[in-house]
Design a protein around this ligand. Structure first.
Ligand SMILES: [Fe+2]
Length: 393
């Protein structure tokens, strides 16, 4: 195997003081040796390429298929952290028809005056279709069945997350002139402020990437000047990366060392969500760069009971008001943490767009705000109902 510099696993908190650029540099100076990845076809600037049609000749056999998945998991964990499948989506998967459907959906959104918020761009700079998975399934089940009868998506999702994974998708179109993103990591820890991410201890920073696989299917040719995503291979191995990615010296390092790969329509990129990456600047005047951003989630991270937390916080609100009136703020915090939904996701991004910051108000934040504003129980019940509706698909 390729030897890569590795750091001892840490316990406890991570902070900016742990972020040394030389540690990241040692990792990203790793080289990718094709002989370590016998099922790959090619490597370019560290990134591994697999020809989807050729891969199918291996995956037909269950034992070989499992070996391919071992290789993919290793590439995502200890290798470059990014793999590209050439020709993963073809006519067989209704690539052209789904592209047309997504283009029509965006035109319909424009006609309806909808300008979706975006986590990284001002409304209108990009076009988004949130919850594109559900919309495609409900509007065009025929196309959905062809598109998602995709063995490459199943192969790599199971390799990274195991069985029982769950797919979500959003369409992102970066219009001509669309600006580049800042380098970042993705969901979960990449989707919160540095301060919040730092409240999670180091073992959670190591866990977060195992809960999600990020993918992007190119729905058009993406030459370099259209700004396909910039990546920093091997950076997913950098433990304090969720704290580091916003620091100026790390951003400068990213700007000097990223790799950017042209893609053909139907190519699919999958990467470890801890990989430093950023969408590029679309300097063309005529390429509407459409990608289907796939986020595949682990089955884990769920509780065993399904709980109606809206009913709970409505019932508890008078008790919480009494605690707050008695100045027992620590007790309020503990009771809210034990009852209210504390996470902003999953949500309905059409109704709950991320206009300010990365996430909308959580139910727990709403409870604290209600207490702070001395909301009546009736008004609180209305607001918590509206929040539930914003989170309902
Ligand atoms: Fe991202």
């Amino acid at each position: 195997m390729t030897s890569t510099a590795s750091l001892p696993a840490r316990a406890g908190r991570l902070s900016a003081a742990d972020c040394r650029l030389d540690d990241l540099r040692a990792l990203v100076e790793s080289t990718t040796d094709l002989t370590d990845y016998p099922f790959a076809d090619d490597t370019d600037r560290g990134v591994l390429f697999y020809d989807a049609a050729r891969l199918r000749t291996h995956t037909a056999d269950p034992d070989t298929c499992a070996d391919v998945q071992d290789e993919l998991a290793r590439a995502l964990l200890d290798g470059p952290g990014i793999v590209v499948f050439r020709g993963a989506f073809t006519d067989e998967h209704a690539l052209a028809e789904t592209t047309a459907y997504f283009t029509e959906t965006i035109a319909r959104q424009h006609a309806d005056g909808f300008a979706g918020g975006d986590h990284f761009a001002a409304p209108g700079a990009n076009d988004r279709i949130w919850s594109a998975l559900q919309k495609l399934a409900v509007d065009r089940p025929d196309l959905f069945a062809r598109y998602y009868a995709n063995d490459v998506l199943a192969l790599v999702s199971e390799a990274w997350l195991g069985p029982m994974y769950q797919v979500t998708s959003s369409i992102n179109v970066v219009n001509p002139g669309g600006a580049a993103q800042s380098p970042h990591r993705d969901y979960h820890l990449g989707f919160m402020s540095t301060e919040t991410a730092a409240a999670f201890r180091a073992h959670v920073h190591r866990l977060s990437p195992a809960l999600t696989l990020q993918g992007a299917v190119a729905h058009c040719a993406m030459p370099i000047d259209s700004g396909p995503t910039m990546y920093l291979p091997y950076s997913q191995q950098y433990e304090p990366g969720y704290i580091a990615f916003g620091l100026p010296e790390f951003r400068e390092f990213f700007a000097r060392h990223y790799v950017q790969l042209p893609l053909a329509a139907g190519d699919a990129v999958f990467f470890n969500p801890a990989l430093f990456h950023a969408a590029g600047h679309n300097t063309t005047t005529d390429v509407y760069r459409m990608a289907n951003l796939l986020q595949v989630s682990s089955a884990f991270g769920r509780a065993i009971d399904s709980v109606d937390r809206e009913a709970m916080v409505r019932a508890l609100y008078p008790e919480l008001r009494a605690l707050a009136a008695a100045g027992r703020d620590e007790d309020v915090r503990a009771v809210v943490a034990a009852s209210a939904e504390g996470y902003a996701f999953p949500t309905n991004l059409d109704l709950d767009p991320p206009m300010t910051g990365m996430a909308g108000e959580t139910q727990a934040e709403l409870v604290h705000r209600a207490l702070h504003e001395s909301m009546s129980p009736e008004q609180f019940a209305e607001e918590v109902r509206a929040l539930t509706i914003r989170h309902t698909p």
